[in-house]
Design a binder for this molecule. Structure first.
Ligand code: HEM
Length: 213
């Protein structure tokens, strides 16, 4: 007797009764919603003569988006824009846009990042809903949670791994430490391009469109 076929997985039906108040459903990202500044960032970047340290100032806006569904998958999140300069300059030193997402059903945080060097990455990690410190990872070449670069960077500064550790502090600030690992053309050892900053709130978030309605 042949076994009966497994029931087809329903990948289309969306969850019902979704709470549209994103700010109340961000899990471990709750302490990151809003507009933030950090004056004491530290970057270690690749230069021809070796690693170079640079202080930076940062402004990051993290605004709630309406809940997103992929069939049965439900994601809450924040849309962000990071703008970084050297302390005494107007010129953009680093810029980044993307989303911080929280999937309650799988206790997963996903961080998407796009930088104007023609590079994108998606880092993820399983995180407790009330975690105050968590790490996310993206790996080049992986089918999910990967890193994708345009041709020049892929050849000359191949980013093989990206890690970010976020710490939410009791005083309402939060901070991050990043390690962007790259294989630089002509160098035997991987280069660790690191960044860290501490951010203090300068304005509250604006509720997502559905919650405002
Ligand atoms: C606060 C965060 C960051 C800052 C301030 C920053 C800043 C910089 C700067 C200034 C350079 C150029 C070095 C130079 O030639 O003068 C650089 C290079 C690079 N960054 Fe970042 N970066 C940050 C995060 C990231 C992240 C998250 C990634 C990728 C996941 C990344 C990927 C790269 C790559 C591939 C290069 C090599 C390209 C080159 O040197 O021409 N960076 N970064």
């Amino acid at each position: 007797m042949s076994p009966s076929p497994a029931p087809a997985r329903d990948i289309y039906t969306e969850p019902q009764d979704v709470d549209y108040n994103t700010l109340a459903n961000l899990g471990p990202l709750t302490g990151m919603a809003g507009i933030w500044q950090g004056e004491r960032g530290l970057d270690v970047k690749p230069k021809a003569q070796g690693p170079k340290k640079q202080a930076y100032v940062e402004r990051i806006e993290l605004q709630p988006i309406d809940p997103t569904t992929n069939g049965p998958q439900l994601l809450y999140g924040l849309r962000y824009h990071t703008h970084i300069t050297k302390p005494d300059q107007v010129k953009t030193y680093h810029e980044q846009v993307g989303f911080w997402l929280w999937e309650p059903a799988t206790s997963t945080v996903i961080h998407t990042l796009t930088i104007p060097r023609a590079q994108i990455a998606m880092a993820a990690g399983v995180v407790a809903p009330d975690a105050k410190r968590f790490e996310l990872v993206a790996t080049q070449g992986a089918d999910t949670y990967g890193i994708c670069s345009a041709a020049f960077l892929h050849e000359a500064f191949r980013t093989t791994e990206f890690r970010i550790t976020v710490t939410i502090n009791d005083d309402g600030t939060w901070g991050y430490e990043e390690d962007t690992v790259m294989q630089i053309l002509g160098q035997a050892e991987p280069f660790h391009h690191t960044d860290r900053n501490l951010l203090r709130k300068v304005a509250e978030p604006t509720p997502n469109p559905l919650a405002r309605g």
